[in-house]
Write a protein that binds this ligand. Structure first.
Ligand code: PFF
Length: 447
């Protein structure tokens, strides 16, 4: 062990308690909720999968979420120094550095997709999106050109600007307006979707329980998604945790964040499937669903330009509030490591993240042929960050809290039965499951 140097810089800013919950929900609710969750639920067993997902949240997601926030608040530092000051050893921090890299990597391509959604929101409002009814080629022409770089830059400017304004003046304010705004937009779109002809068929596809589809594979998919959806393993919840007041209950916060994440995902499904089924669209996931398939539905419905605008703004907001949490990870790192002020840190990290992401923005066009191992630059960043760095980050948090940090229970506010249950999950259940997800996503386990 190395002596803990008392000159480690801590992070002095603080969230209000509701501000923290909203910011953390803002991080959790993102593109994952909107375009991945509904699809995997429909595909892997509907309500049965939904129950499985709730189980994954409760038994693996929330314990790790609680641990991450506790590490941040206990250490009051970044994703590296918090581990160091709590364990008085520098080795844990070295792994924490992978989370900083991971957050950077995710943000670099996440901002590209966020940029697409802003472009689509504007195009829907002006009607330009509906000029042709071949939405697939509309998207491929747009994403295959240079314009995505501009929208990626816009995203990074907004993200950097919010983070530069600080915890209470930037991140908290941003989420306090946008997360309730997101709820209103979701409700409007849900009412619209559920009143379309044939909406019931969509709801049925989404939620009809099919327990025969619950396999080991669907379990791993549910687990992996619970992880990504709660923004775990990338140091985001840890870094936000560093700004939480001592008296706030982290246990209650975990429940609120998990519940919020679940609710937004559920409503997203109640928008996407009724809309798709009503217009005879084959449900899929990801970019194909939202940029190529759903515009056909907006084109066909009354006031579709407006509803399309709301839908893409919804995606943009969900993505931006997640992007802000990702940028805060390297910003907190730079502020503590090099003593930079927040503005300087936000400026340089945004610029670097933008530059790293430019090839991702061009991956569907000018750089499409640069694809070593069959993956484009964009795909590689996604693959390495989501499937390798994220599980390593999650494993680090569980092992650190389960085995190395003796006072974790105190910081998390748990004792007796709840502490023992938490420790059992962190020591034995979560690490094994995280390793299993890892083996599955990198292809070592196959079904
Ligand atoms: N939770 C976000 C989503 O569901 O889209 C994505 C994300 C944000 C993952 C922040 C990881 C992270 F650190």
């Amino acid at each position: 062990t190395v002596q803990h140097s008392s000159n480690v810089k801590t992070l002095p800013e603080r969230f209000t308690s509701s501000g923290f919950i909203l910011a953390a929900i803002g991080s959790a609710v993102g593109l994952g909720n909107m375009w991945k969750f509904p699809y995997i639920t429909g595909k892997y067993g509907g309500a049965a999968f939904f129950l499985l997902f709730i189980g994954c949240l409760l038994f693996v997601g929330l314990p790790i979420l609680l641990a991450e926030m506790a590490i941040g608040r206990g250490g009051r530092g970044n994703a590296v120094t918090s581990f160091q000051s709590l364990s008085k050893s520098k080795y844990w921090g070295a792994f924490g550095f992978l989370s900083v890299v991971g957050a950077f990597a995710i943000l670099s391509f996440y901002a590209v997709v966020a940029g697409w959604t802003i472009h689509y929101a504007i195009e829907s409002l002006t009607g330009g999106l509906y000029a042709s009814s071949d939405f697939k080629s509309t998207f491929l022409t747009f994403a295959g050109g240079y314009l995505p770089v501009l929208w990626q830059a816009v995203t990074m400017v907004i993200t950097g600007w919010v983070v530069a304004k600080g915890i209470s003046g930037g991140i908290e304010k941003f989420n306090k307006v946008l997360i309730p705004g997101l709820a209103i937009i979701l409700i409007i779109l849900m009412v619209r979707a559920l009143t379309l002809d044939n909406a019931a068929a969509g709801v049925e596809f989404f939620l009809k329980p099919d327990f025969s589809k619950l396999t080991a594979e669907s379990a791993l998919i549910a687990l992996g998604h619970a992880f990504f959806s709660l923004s775990l393993g990338m140091g985001t919840m840890l870094t936000y945790g560093a700004y939480v007041e001592r008296q706030q209950s982290l246990g209650k916060a975990s429940l609120a964040i998990g519940g919020g994440d679940l609710l937004y995902a559920l409503v997203a499904g109640l928008i996407i499937f009724p809309t798709a089924f009503s217009f005879g669209i084959e449900p899929s996931q990801g970019a194909g669903l939202v940029f190529m398939a759903l515009p056909a539905a907006f084109a066909a419905m009354p006031l579709g330009q407006f509803f399309g605008f709301l839908f893409f703004i919804l995606l943009a907001i969900a993505a931006l509030t997640s992007a802000v949490s990702l940028l805060e990870v390297p910003v907190a790192y730079a502020m503590t490591k090099w003593n930079w002020n927040r503005k300087k840190a936000a400026f340089y990290t945004s610029v670097i993240c933008f530059l790293i992401g430019v090839p991702s923005a061009l991956s569907m066009g000018p750089l499409a042929d640069f694809a070593p191992g069959g993956k484009t630059y964009f795909d590689w960043f996604d693959f390495v960050a989501s499937n390798i760095l994220l599980p390593i980050g999650g494993l680090l948090v569980t092992l650190f809290t389960g085995y190395a940090w003796k006072r974790a229970g105190e910081e998390a506010g748990l004792s007796g039965f709840w502490y023992n249950a938490w420790m059992f999950l962190l020591r034995y259940v979560a690490p094994l499951l995280v390793i299993a997800i890892f083996f599955y996503t990198v292809g070592i386990i196959k079904f």
